[in-house]
Design a protein around this ligand. Structure first.
Ligand code: DX5
Ligand code: ZN
Length: 216
């Protein structure tokens, strides 16, 4: 099964966002990954809803919104207004994850739970039936262009086993340090969707890089 590719706009040129969104529209990208940061949960701030409103108007691919913020449930309405397909919240900031997942679904979006590199897959056992997708972070969230954490491949295999064992339909997405080499290893381990930022946007021909990732 060929992976879906969800290019991360975090590595785009923010002075030419419209141009970069149009590039993704006309590429083979399946989704567009939007990273929202708060400077609290992660040590960085990216873009917020006033900027994403215009991105969403221009985008012709489903939006995969990754919230790296505390209290993500406060923004379900804002994410919905963007017309998002998937809303990813971090396991580490949701003591009432089951409730948040239901609220995202009730708002008409697909709920996804994201785990940091140090958060074990086994903690997902009691939520895996309720989520559309699990996003495995293969770097510590907050920045693009970081080195891939090799152990993530094992985590994807373990997650695939958990999904098969429980009969869950959850998809597996991986985010951080994904290039053609790490991407191939992740797909072999069972990943369905690859997020990639710097590898795509720093490539001489980003459209061609997306095309090559789709072949993995
Ligand atoms: C990091 C973000 C990623 C980031 C990935 O916190 O969640 O989506 O854009 O960037 P690369 O692909 O450069 O590691
Ligand atoms: Zn992300």
């Amino acid at each position: 099964m060929r992976p879906k590719i969800s290019p991360s706009l975090l590595s785009a040129n923010f002075a030419h966002l419209g141009r970069d969104v149009e590039m993704l529209n006309s590429s083979e990208a399946d989704w567009i990954h939007l990273d929202i940061m708060d400077g609290v949960f992660v040590p960085n701030i990216s873009f917020g809803f006033p900027v994403l409103k215009y991105v969403a108007e221009l985008a012709r691919k489903p939006l995969d919104v990754h919230l790296m913020i505390v209290n993500p449930e406060k923004f379900i309405g804002e994410v919905k207004k963007l017309g998002a397909h998937v809303m990813n919240v971090h396991y580490e900031v949701c003591p009432h994850l089951h409730r948040v997942v239901q609220e995202i679904r009730e708002a008409g979006m697909e709920p996804a739970v994201t785990i940091n590199p140090a958060t074990p897959v086994c903690l997902l056992r009691d939520i895996i039936q309720d989520v559309y997708m699990v996003l495995v972070m293969s770097v510590n969230p907050g920045f693009g262009g970081q080195a891939f954490i090799g152990h993530s491949v094992e985590k994807v295999k373990e997650l695939r086993r958990l999904i098969d064992e429980t009969g869950s339909q959850a998809l597996i997405e991986v985010d951080g340090g994904v290039d053609l080499d790490t991407g191939a290893r992740l797909v072999a381990a069972g990943a369905d969707i690859l997020v990639s930022g710097s590898t795509i946007f720093k490539a001489p021909d980003p459209t061609e890089m997306i095309r090559q990732m789709k072949q993995l």
